[in-house]
Design a protein around this ligand. Structure first.
Ligand code: IPE
Length: 253
């Protein structure tokens, strides 16, 4: 296991999900300051799309794939989320973080909606050079469906396993996973049945909170636990302090 950290920023904290690609600069600046102040060695940032990608993906039905001759949605969706990626990288660099954008469309391949290849050796090299790679949920070419959407959460799972990263944190607009309004401190696969987890009210082609937990339970099965917390607790998570959110873990952790 490495000492590197993955920090996932949900699309809902970077954009106003009810408007068309409205980037929340204030939230972005606060997160960038927390990352700059953390002094953690080796952070990979993964972010979602929010309103810069989900509406486009839905409009072009990329959740079911792409057909020959009907590929505008691939370009339009990738452009939207790449624009958000640029904004995230710029905000981090303004705070002195050596951030660099990496686009999954260029380095990943999926089959039936799941990544089957994702080059991650260059991420390791970036980390060794003290850089902070910033990757994002993206449209990716799919061997069966033509194209598909790979969520930031799926990327988190893939990259954490590939790079043997054991500290994985997901910042969201809620304080953790909520069951009837209360934060659930720990979730395991066995506990899932008894929980009542609500769904996102905004356009989300990748499954909302339930999709997130499914990915994280997959990661927990591989021995890597993860934490879901409110965006205001990013600095606490990076410092290894209590964050008041939810820990997703394997049965025997
Ligand atoms: C979705 O990524 C990517 C696209 C729609 C292009 P995510 O599913 O990780 O985004 P959020 O965090 O839910 O907004």
């Amino acid at each position: 296991m490495s000492d590197w950290v993955i920090l996932k920023l949900g699309g809902s904290i970077l954009t106003d999900k009810s408007a068309d690609c409205a980037i929340n600069r204030e939230s972005l600046d606060t997160i960038a300051a927390a990352v700059a102040g953390a002094g953690t060695d080796g952070i990979i940032i993964v972010h979602g799309a929010g309103s810069c990608g989900h509406p486009e993906a839905k409009r072009y039905h990329l959740d079911v794939g792409a057909e020959s001759g009907k590929t505008d949605g691939i370009y339009v969706t990738h452009r939207a989320v790449s624009g958000l990626n640029d904004a995230v990288v710029t905000a981090l660099r303004e705070k002195g973080v050596a951030a660099i954008g990496v686009h999954p469309l260029h380095v990943g391949v999926a089959d039936n909606g799941r990544l089957v290849a994702f080059e991650s050796r260059h991420l390791e090299q970036m980390l060794r050079l003290g850089m902070v790679p910033v990757i994002h949920g993206d449209v990716v070419m799919d061997l069966s469906r033509g194209a598909c959407i790979v969520s930031g959460d799926q990327l988190v799972r893939y990259v954490a396993a590939a790079l043997k990263i054991r500290r994985v944190g997901l910042a969201t607009d809620v304080p953790g996973v909520l069951d009837e309004g209360r934060v659930v401190p720990v979730i395991t696969r066995r506990m899932l049945e008894s929980l009542h987890i609500g769904d996102s009210k905004h356009t989300d082609v990748t499954g909302g909170m339930r999709g997130k937990i499914d990915e994280l339970l997959g990661l927990a099965d591989a021995g890597i636990g993860s934490d879901i917390f409110h965006v205001s607790r990013v600095a606490d998570f990076l410092a290894g302090a209590a964050h008041g959110g939810t820990r997703v873990r394997g049965e025997e952790e």
